[in-house]
Design a binder for this molecule. Sequence first.
Ligand code: ADP
Ligand code: UDP
Length: 238
Amino acid sequence: MKNIKKGELITTGKAKSLYETNEDDFLIMHYRDDTSAFDGKKIESLEGKGTINNKFNAFIMEYLESESISTHFVELLNETDSLVKRLDMAPVECVVRNVAAGSICKRLGLEEGIDINPPTFEFFYKDDALGDPMINEYHIKSFGWATEEQVKQMQIQTFEVNNALKKLFSDAGMILVDYKLEFGDYKGKLLLGDEFTPDGCRVWDEETREKLDKDRFRQGLGDVVESYQIMAKRLGVI
Ligand code: ADP
Ligand code: UDP
């Protein structure tokens, strides 16, 4: 888009900032180096993370569009910024899991690494103060976080993303373990919003099962940004 100008800062999240633009329907999403885990209890700035995530997200969103999944992504503006459609976000996180890891292991006493077949789906309520509690679709409808149709669409589209990305990662020698998506309304249509980056998914090397995603930060394994770059190189992002 021509002549887009960055306006006022409207939101500062844990890893990204959103700015108004001179067009009401569009926002600038700025990817920062800030990295957080455990609902914001562990925070660090990791040099270069904003840049790699901005490029990673652009690549994935464009790939999803090519697979007929509608997203908020418009275009890359520079190293750390992307232009997106302004969405009315549902305060809900949609998680699909192909392999057991993270919170489901604790919650259900599962061994990390076992296959989940068929892949399973979970909703979480986006509220750091409450620790993003797990919720079900009745909560979403009863408390007005999204409509019945939006709930259905979130489930359908999150699984469509799984079909598209499981293959993309597997063709590059990686396992897509799990991921989190967020959706929002744009003029009556539900679009995939927020980001798809190594901050919001788990990805393992297919051979060694080495963790390449934000678990490196959560678990203090080191080489976090380097690992995001390895993932990006394997997919052809950079
Ligand atoms: P947090 O996890 O702290 O919310 P982020 O740093 O990821 O952090 O912040 C991004 C914020 O922007 C989130 O609240 C997200 O729901 C919101 N958001 C993502 N995409 C859009 C969009 N297209 N329009 C409006 N808000 C969005
Ligand atoms: N996730 C996320 N943001 C959150 C919570 C989870 O991006 O606020 C992602 C996380 O990176 C993983 C998936 O969602 O890919 C499932 O996370 P899980 O429920 O296992 O929670 P965790 O133990 O990672 O907090």
